[in-house]
Design a protein around this ligand. Structure first.
Ligand SMILES: [Mg+2]
Length: 415
């Protein structure tokens, strides 16, 4: 099998660069797009601001402390969305297989387009892409090239700004080897700590393990790192990853559901289960930096169908005015669907899903939440941090009596 050629294209300091392009007086200045102190957060920082250690998601108070001359701009989401469309139209000329990650970032699989692109080497194709973007938008994009997505992304990050870096299939192992273990996809804070304790500090240290040794190692690593999980990381550390570019990524939905140990009659228990599912779905949305506009409630009744083991199923959905990644909003919408009263009790199974998925930054609600983060956003961030550290049972929203957990919440990944 010929190796894939995947580009990861990522605009440099996107919002800040758009502002500096349009307002020449801002060029060369340390500036951020985001909310002002005391409550604001940095959404994007110019490279001049980054020299002071200012990064996106940093509280604006801290950013100002690091650079008293810092310029704050409120940002113009409609403009950034327009620019994003132009940039993605350029990406689409290089391949139909474009997977958006956010407003300004995408994987582009050109494996099957090399002929159509004149049989040029991948590096030359990436150079053309960069030149097209610069000429047509006046903005800089960094491009990483690799045989798997993770490597292309690390390569673009490593080469910023105005970067271009190709990691050829033969160089994958040596490229990955020195990276800290936390750079591997799928290694969160808990796994990272466990791997460090087991002496696996770099990607190379993991990649060097013998496959026959992995099960024993997994037992030593602990921290929820099963042999299967460790083997998946081990493959990734060796640059082996079957996941392709997913052009239809937005079409997916995120769902969680559970079958109750006993049929459930009371709405309170169903409402509690909805709350927990909604939070789990929201966490996954935030982790993937996406949001959705459609909330679906799925209910399986106790009415048997002719096919043995099958029960009648109902689903209701509601469209939201704005995309959301907020568990409370999802739960409220799903509970309202339940409260419509046209679903038969008792219930065997209940599920909550969010569809209409889009990159979070492109969603309407983001304008508010990036630039003037409401309490929900801060709360969600705190929830994510605690959950990453202590697991999903560690924290639950106080929704008044929601603590009475539903009988069996063996949550199954839906869809
Ligand atoms: Mg970017």
């Amino acid at each position: 099998m010929t190796p894939r050629v995947i580009l990861h294209a990522d605009m440099d300091a996107f919002y800040a660069s758009v502002e500096q392009r349009d307002r020449p007086e801002l060029r060369g200045l340390a500036l951020v797009v985001g909310g002002k102190p005391p409550r604001g957060v940095v959404a994007a920082a110019s490279y001049e601001a980054r020299r002071f250690g200012i990064r996106s998601a940093m509280p604006s108070v801290e950013a100002l402390r690091r650079c008293p001359e810092l310029v704050f701009l409120p940002g113009d989401m409609a403009k950034y969305s327009r620019e994003s469309k132009r940039i993605f139209a350029i990406f689409a000329r290089y391949s139909p297989d474009v997977e958006p990650l956010s407003l300004d970032e995408a994987f582009i699989d050109v494996t099957h387009c090399l002929r159509a692109l004149g049989d040029a080497p991948p590096l030359e194709i990436a150079r053309r892409l960069k030149a097209d973007v610069l000429r047509e938008t006046g903005l800089c994009v960094s491009v990483g090239i690799g045989p798997v997505k993770m490597i292309a992304k690390i390569a673009s990050d490593a080469s910023k700004p105005d970067g271009l870096l190709e990691v050829q299939p033969g160089d994958v192992r040596s490229f990955l080897a020195p990276l800290p273990i936390g750079r591997l996809w799928g290694v969160g804070p808990v796994t990272e700590a466990a791997l460090l304790r087991a002496g696996l500090a770099t990607v190379g240290a993991l990649a060097q393990l013998d496959v026959s040794d992995l099960a024993r190692r997994a037992a030593r690593v602990g921290g929820g790192c099963t042999p299967v999980a460790l083997e998946r990381l081990w493959r990734l550390a060796r640059g082996e990853d079957a996941r392709g570019v997913e052009p239809d990524r937005e079409a997916r939905s995120y769902g969680e559901e559970n079958t109750f140990a006993e049929d459930v009659h009371d709405l309170r228990t169903l409402g509690d289960a909805i709350g927990q599912h909604a939070e789990a779905v929201a966490r996954r949305l935030r982790k993937d930096q996406v949001a959705g506009t459609v909330v679906r409630l799925k209910v399986k009744s106790t009415e048997r169908l002719a096919t043995p083991g099958k029960y009648r199923q109902y689903s209701r959905q509601e469209s939201l005015p704005e995309a959301t990644d907020d568990g409370a909003t999802i739960a409220r919408t799903a509970r309202a669907l339940l409260a419509r009263g046209d679903l038969p009790l008792p219930v065997r199974l209940i599920g909550v899903a969010v569809a209409g998925i889009r990159p979070r930054a492109a969603s309407m609600g983001e304008q508010m939440s990036i630039f003037a983060p409401p309490r929900a956003r801060e709360l969600n961030r705190a929830l994510d941090t605690i959950t990453a550290r202590f697991g999903t049972g560690a924290v639950r929203r106080g929704t008044g009596g929601a603590d009475k957990a539903s009988p069996t919440l063996g949550v199954k990944r839906g869809e």
